[in-house]
Design a protein around this ligand. Structure first.
Ligand code: CMC
Length: 430
């Protein structure tokens, strides 16, 4: 923390308050307003937190104007091209890319934790056949807290490590089980001889009656998609995990809170919403009419998979995913008219003043659904796939936060707009 060039001046009294600043490695300076209320008796007001840093973090860096995304300093495009998801998970969690021995040890540790308690498996039978997989995922991950609960354990470094490994290892098992419940098929147990993404595909698509071989094209596509989704600094779900975690709650419960936040269509639920939107549009000839609705504020229709709070330039993940989309569809010999529809929507949006003026570009969710669909993953499973990948980020942020000795409970303030103080009138007189 250092003195900065910024001061707040009360225009009525002339009183001046110098603000200290927090400078990170990259990106804009943060003004420290934590003492503002104590010193000046005022709050800051920032609905949606567009200009507010809630923490210092060394995990992920985004430059939204330049379209830059770095995990621990590495550009995401390089990681997607050169690394497996499990290498990226090691990087995000531990700060460094693993060498061969470290990777093997980390991978083995994750494989060791893939099973879930058999009683937890039976929870799936309690859901209605048509339960949304995200509803089941939220509930079952929250229930992990009933199996692993020691109120003092979060202070223990070893416990925190085991939590991280367990959570990353078990989330594909739980996500796949929600899919099986949805399909009315028997749950497949993990097969620990398989790598992380192949194991997930096995648990989703294998059935006990038949042999199943994982398609390496599908496993590699998941590796890339999961790498791109693994972390995104203080987004809504990660902030939720941090907010819940700051109270000292059970960490599995904090992750469940993050999953609930991810589900919304403005966040991780957008990949599902994009496919539904493409279904509704139906044909390239309807694109113009749909775009007119999007631009009409009265309609309440948004172009799903477009726009981002932070990126005011191309979302670097969208560029990689679009390329991957072509590759995967070609390799799997899939001809999906939805891709043509998506490309046409993108072309029109990018040349339209409405989108140009507001700096709205395709985001990570615009093309990811088309890849998932080509892999045979149904639309309702798109957001759970995102949740599997983002678990790494949530866990890393929870670890970073919990290890920080200066951690305080997250407790924002408000500008109160309700009734002024008044007295309760006796019931008979009301
Ligand atoms: N379609 C049409 N108009 C849009 C869109 C869109 N997708 N996104 C933003 N706008 C307009 C919005 O109406 C507003 O216009 P005006 O200034 O005239 O009122 C302007 O652009 C700024 O939008 P905003 O809602 O203030 O921006 P925000 O930063 O609060 O919201 C967002 C960001 C991602 C929620 C929003 O762009 C959106 O709803 N996009 C569609 C949903 C989506 O794809 N979400 C996935 C985000 S990336 C993955 C993730 O985070 O999980």
């Amino acid at each position: 923390m250092s003195a900065s060039n910024y001061s707040l001046i009360n225009n009525q009294t002339g009183n001046k308050l110098d603000l200290a600043s927090v400078q990170g490695t990259l990106g804009p300076v943060g003004l420290d307003v934590s003492k503002l209320y104590g010193q000046a008796g005022v709050f800051t007001y920032d609905p949606g937190f567009a200009s507010t840093c809630s923490t210092q973090s060394a995990i992920t860096y985004i430059d939204g104007d330049k379209g830059v995304l770095l995990y621990r300093g590495y550009p995401v495009a390089q990681l997607a091209e050169k690394c497996s998801f499990i290498e990226v998970a090691h990087l995000i969690l531990n700060g460094e890319l693993p060498n061969t021995a470290e990777l093997q040890a980390f991978d083995q540790t994750i494989r060791k934790h893939t099973m879930i308690n058999e009683s937890l498996m039976s929870f799936f039978n309690g859901f209605r056949y048509d339960a949304h997989p995200m509803a089941m995922l939220t509930g079952v991950v929250g229930s992990l807290s009933a199996f692993y609960h020691d109120p003092n354990a979060t202070k223990d470094e070893e416990y925190r490590k085991v939590f991280a490994h367990r959570m990353i290892a078990k989330i594909p098992t739980i996500a796949a089980a929600t899919f099986k419940r949805h399909m009315g098929q028997p749950v497949m147990y993990p097969k620990n001889s398989l790598d992380y993404c192949s194991n997930l595909l096995h648990m989703m698509f294998a059935v006990p009656a038949e042999d199943y071989e994982v398609n390496p094209v599908a496993a590699r596509a998941l590796d890339v998609l999961f790498t791109l989704h693994a972390d995104h600094e203080q987004n809504a779900s990660t902030s939720t995990v941090r907010m819940a975690g700051s109270t000292g709650t059970n960490p599995y419960a904090a992750i469940a809170a993050g999953i609930a936040a991810l589900w919304g269509p403005l966040h991780g639920g957008a990949n599902e919403a994009v496919l539904k939107m493409l279904d509704e549009i139906g044909d390239v000839k309807n694109v113009r009419g749909f775009m007119d609705k999007v631009k009409d504020k009265e309609s309440g229709v948004r172009l799903m998979g477009f726009g981002h709070r932070v990126y005011k330039n191309f979302d670097p993940r969208a560029t990689i995913i679009r390329e991957e989309c072509y590759k995967v569809l070609k390799a799997l010999n899939v001809n999906d008219p939805k891709l043509e529809l998506a490309i046409r929507l993108e072309e029109i949006a990018l040349s339209d003043d409405y989108f140009k003026q507001r700096k709205l570009y395709p985001n990570v969710d615009f093309y990811s659904g088309i890849i998932y669909k080509a892999l045979g993953i149904p639309v309702s499973m798109f957001t759970p796939m995102f949740a599997v990948a983002r678990t790494v980020g949530w866990v890393a942020h929870w670890m970073e936060m919990t290890a920080d000795p200066s951690l305080r409970i997250a407790r924002p303030r408000q500008v109160y707009t309700g009734a002024d103080t008044r007295n309760v009138v006796d019931l008979a007189q009301r």
